[in-house]
Write a protein that binds this ligand. Structure first.
Ligand code: PLP
Length: 376
């Protein structure tokens, strides 16, 4: 039996998501822009998914805009806000551990005349709202900060930072990449004090190629995809009704159990850490107050790729770094104070609603064996 522990890279679509997509491909396959009955039915499916996501995020349905995934949502947030507010306000603040879809986009904006300030964690490996506030001034157009780091599970002080900054500079647009937090932690738009929130479908048991951006009422963005003015002109292109329906179905399934799963995963993580603690040489790179869904460890000096393939032979799937960089080190672990030698042997174990204790036991056992067998 395969043990899939790479859920921060992607999750298995749930049956409800697959069924919803299939229904939209085989029966309800009209174009939401068409004026006839089939168009209307497709539009209703899109609206229903929008309502589900909005309800989970605690916002009005009109604030949810569908995109092709969180990479696009992050691009739209940064480029769109820079386009709308960046004529005179040329500074952007991001954390130093953002996903590439934020950090690379910020780099592009830097080439186009924006100043990008990157806030680093302090020596204790933690981020502080005061450091973001110290970098803020009248020239800042946007602050972008993720909720849960995809490599370590670290939970950023988003609410505190955005509230502190907004109190002094209410005109600064705040953006949160909530990809690894949505449906895992209780994420509410108003509680985060975020103007923009990025979400992704395939991290929550929907399907790949669908995401959303929450845009607070009154916040303007310059669209990055123009055309037929779908999604109120913010994101043109015929809506992918099957993927949107799948996204809505996955949210409907998961949203009633967020806190229940959080508690279960916290227990599972603790058991895993207790077990790993008995294996010599393993260090834990995630902090105890991080998301219980992601545990990052260093495996006693055994190179990540070698260990990853050793585990793979036993049908155990974990990640060496963030999957989107094909295992290449992103520098994020270094930001959190992990030494280069330890980063070389880092493994990310990421869990889902379906992860069981037996699966984690199988991983821990195979890891201990791997440490024995693989030469230092
Ligand atoms: N942001 C974070 C924190 C992620 O972990 C990922 C995916 O790994 C993304 C953004 C990109 O999401 P998508 O695959 O939907 O483009």
């Amino acid at each position: 039996m395969a043990v899939y522990l790479d859920n921060a890279a992607t999750t298995k679509p749930c049956r409800e998501a697959v069924d919803a997509a299939a229904e939209a491909m085989t029966v309800n396959y009209g174009n939401p822009s068409s004026l006839h009955r089939m168009g209307l039915d497709a539009q209703l499916a899109v609206d229903s998914a929008r309502k589900s996501i909005a309800s989970a995020l605690g916002c009005e349905a009109g604030c949810i805009y569908f995109t092709s995934g969180a990479t696009e949502s992050n691009n739209l947030a940064l480029r769109g806000a820079a386009g709308a507010y960046g004529k005179r306000r040329k500074k952007i603040i991001i954390s130093s551990v953002e996903h590439a879809s934020v950090s690379e986009t910020a780099k592009e904006l830097e080439k186009n005349g924006f100043e990008v300030v990157r806030i680093h964690p302090r020596e204790d490996g933690k981020f502080y709202a005061a450091d973001f506030l110290a970098a803020a001034d009248e020239s800042v157009c946007l602050i972008s900060m993720m909720l849960v780091n995809n490599e370590t599970g670290y939970i950023m002080p988003v609410k505190e930072t955005f509230s502190t900054v907004k109190r002094k500079f209410p005109e600064i647009i705040t953006h949160c990449d909530c990809v690894q937090g949505f449906m895992k932690l209780p994420v509410k738009a108003s509680a985060l004090n975020a103007d923009l929130i990025s979400l992704s479908g395939h991290k929550i048991h929907a399907v790949k190629g669908i995401g959303a951006l929450f845009i607070k009422k009154g916040v303007r963005l310059v669209p990055i995809v123009t055309g037929g003015k779908q999604e109120k002109g913010i994101r043109s292109g015929t809506e992918s009704v099957p993927l949107i329906a799948a996204f809505g179905a996955a949210v409907d399934k998961l949203s009633p159990t967020v806190s229940q799963r959080y508690d279960r995963l916290s227990e599972l993580r603790q058991k895993l850490l207790d077990r790993l603690g008995r294996t010599e040489g393993i260090t834990v790179n995630s902090s105890a107050d991080g998301s219980p869904y992601i545990v990052n460890i260093s495996a006693a000096g055994r190179r990540s790729e070698i260990m990853l393939h050793y585990l793979e032979q036993r049908q155990i799937y974990v990640s060496s770094g963030s999957a989107c960089s094909k295992g290449a080190q992103s520098g994020v672990l270094g930001e959190f104070g992990v030494k280069p030698a330890e980063a070389d042997s880092a493994l990310r174990i990421s869990m889902s609603a379906e992860t069981t204790e037996e699966e984690l036991d199988a991983f821990a056992e195979a890891l201990a064996e791997g440490i024995e067998k693989i030469k230092h």
